[in-house]
Design a protein around this ligand. Structure first.
Ligand SMILES: Cc1ncc(COP(=O)(O)O)c(C=O)c1O
Length: 381
């Protein structure tokens, strides 16, 4: 569809139901589909492989990422796992040293056991990636901005490194959402999303997605998708289709509130360090300006001279923000990465990249900004 983002968010992959005229895509709560004769069906055989509600969602997410094919999964980790299944023992992966804890865990505690080697580098320097490439390198996997320290990686520059070495290049686009950044346009082969976050947007569904622009790669991924079965149900697909219709409106509000929260916190005497790519002194600011349409609603802070106990006390004293795992929903969330989302990363490994005990990650929601700032003031006070 040649339409702009907001139109695609509302219409892509969807059309009125031909039997009833229903405007909203129905929840096709069926596991199987009638066949007139063996193999003679309407494109749907069994819902592990395809389901019409899920297909509408997959086409919508693919359109938002300017890709040709999308796949929806029962979680972001199931999507990540499916990409890793393209690999064989002896293959090597180059990835970031500052990643979502669950990605670090699946790399080091699951796929490393199948003979796949992972190299963790600072992906804000494309040269660090190039330096690790060898004949066994099969995949480059990055997050940008990273979770939780919001480091930027230059997708176009890494795409050139990947193409020169004929290596698959995947981008976890969860933190940006397709509204802010489209990695396929910048040279990535695969975009991955934890749909649970901004795309779903209402903290009521766990889901993942992959989008590609290549039929052959899609077929390979679909093989593992259907063979292994990490597929979401039609109810969840419907909820996300509904959530996606306001993605552009929500993202605008997240970015606006994110900026105000970051500007407020930057001047706060209890803050030692703040990570938000919209600041000109953020090391990734130029890359963020080049490849993102705005700076997002994620802000991380390091509290000044705060012990773990002091940090817990601050994290537990919010009234509007909720202390909880996850991000990207309409409600503002506070997270303590060291013990929550990144608890599966050993202390020495996480501290090297700044995931210290006094780091707090904030997912700025779309509530009234005055209430958010007042809550920050009282919790930090
Ligand atoms: C950047 C990032 N990637 C992947 C995931 C995993 O997604 P899910 O929780 O939907 O399995 C998360 C979850 O927090 C995440 O933040």
């Amino acid at each position: 569809m040649g339409y702009k983002f907001a139109t695609k968010a509302i219409h892509a992959g969807q059309h009125a139901d031909p039997t009833t005229g229903a405007v909203m895509t129905p929840i096709f709560q069926t596991s199987t589909y009638q066949q007139a004769a063996p193999g003679d069906h309407k494109g749907y055989e069994y819902s592990r492989g395809t389901n019409p509600t899920r297909k509408a969602l997959e086409d919508c997410v693919a359109a938002l990422e300017n890709g040709s094919h999308g796949l929806a999964f029962s979680s972001g980790m199931a999507a990540t796992e499916t990409v890793l299944k393209l690999l064989k023992p002896g293959d090597e992966v180059i990835t970031g040293d500052d990643l979502y804890g669950g990605s670090y865990r699946i790399f080091t505690k699951v796929f490393a056991h199948y003979g796949i080697k992972f190299h963790f580098v600072d992906t804000s320097e494309p040269d660090h990636i190039a330096a690790k490439i060898n004949d066994n390198t099969r995949l480059i996997w990055i997050e940008t901005p990273t979770n939780p320290t919001l480091k930027l990686a230059d997708i176009e520059a890494i795409g050139r490194v990947a193409r020169a070495a004929n290596v698959l290049f995947a981008v976890d686009n969860t933190f940006a959402s397709p509204y802010l950044q489209n990695p396929l346009d910048l040279g990535a082969d695969i975009v991955m999303h934890s749909v649970t976050k901004y795309i779903g947007g209402h903290s009521d569904v766990v889901m993942g997605a992959l989008v590609v622009n290549d039929r052959e790669l899609y077929d390979q991924l679909f093989f593992y998708y259907n063979a292994c079965g990490g597929t979401p149900g039609p109810q969840d697909s419907f909820l996300v289709l509904r959530g996606i219709k306001t993605l552009h409106l929500r993202m605008k509000a997240h970015c606006e509130n994110g900026r105000k929260v970051a500007e407020y916190l930057k001047k706060h005497p209890r803050i030692d360090r703040i990570y938000w790519p919209g600041f000109e002194d953020h090391p990734g600011h130029a890359v963020a300006k080049k490849q993102m349409r705005d700076f997002g609603g994620m802000v991380s802070i390091v509290l000044k001279d705060a012990s773990l106990e002091d940090t817990f006390k601050v994290a537990s004293s919010f009234k509007v923000f909720t202390l909880a795992e996850s991000l990207g929903g309409v409600e503002s969330l506070i997270n303590h990465p060291a013990t929550m989302t990144h608890g599966s990363i050993p202390k020495d490994v996480r501290e090297k990249v700044g995931v210290v005990d006094n780091l707090i990650r904030i997912s700025v929601g779309v509530e009234d900004i005055d209430d958010l700032l007042a809550d920050l003031a009282q919790a930090l006070g």
